[in-house]
Design a protein around this ligand. Structure first.
Ligand SMILES: CC(C)(COP(=O)(O)OP(=O)(O)OC[C@H]1O[C@@H](n2cnc3c(N)ncnc32)[C@H](O)[C@@H]1OP(=O)(O)O)[C@@H](O)C(=O)NCCC(=O)NCCS
Length: 96
């Protein structure tokens, strides 16, 4: 994760296959989100490959919404879906 002044950008997140679906990814995200809130950051953005439906489901479950589609984002060949989450939204905040 890259932490900016008001926004953070998640560049990469992966859990080793044998440890997936055990809550590790969710806990990593919650830890990153709490760090962002402490730093005064209000929103996290990320990109995920358009064909990576599993990761999109994961981020949706954590409260991330689709922002836009980015054609050719990966080396001009594959499109990305940009997703984001407002950390200060009462309905979604985990910063308790
Ligand atoms: C995406 C990824 C990080 C998720 O990590 P994880 O530790 O398996 O996720 P969690 O166990 O915390 O999942 C939390 C919730 O997200 C959703 N979710 C997670 N993986 C999912 C999948 N493959 N399909 C559908 N929903 C999924 C579920 O609702 C899950 O809760 P549940 O298991 O109680 O149903 C992991 O699958 C991964 O490393 N994938 C390969 C790399 C990648 O695609 N990274 C993201 C793009 S940068």
């Amino acid at each position: 994760m890259r932490f900016g002044e008001e926004e953070a950008h998640l560049d990469l997140l992966a859990v080793r296959p044998k440890y997936r679906r055990a809550g590790v990814g969710r806990r990593l995200m919650e830890w990153l989100e709490k760090s962002a809130v402490v730093a005064g950051i209000s929103v996290i953005y990320l990109e995920v490959r358009e064909n990576n439906k599993q990761a999109q489901a994961f981020y949706r479950k954590l409260g991330y919404c689709r922002v836009t589609r980015l054609p050719g984002y990966y080396l001009g060949r594959e499109s990305a879906i940009s997703m984001g989450r407002d950390l200060w939204s009462p309905a979604l905040s985990t910063a308790t």
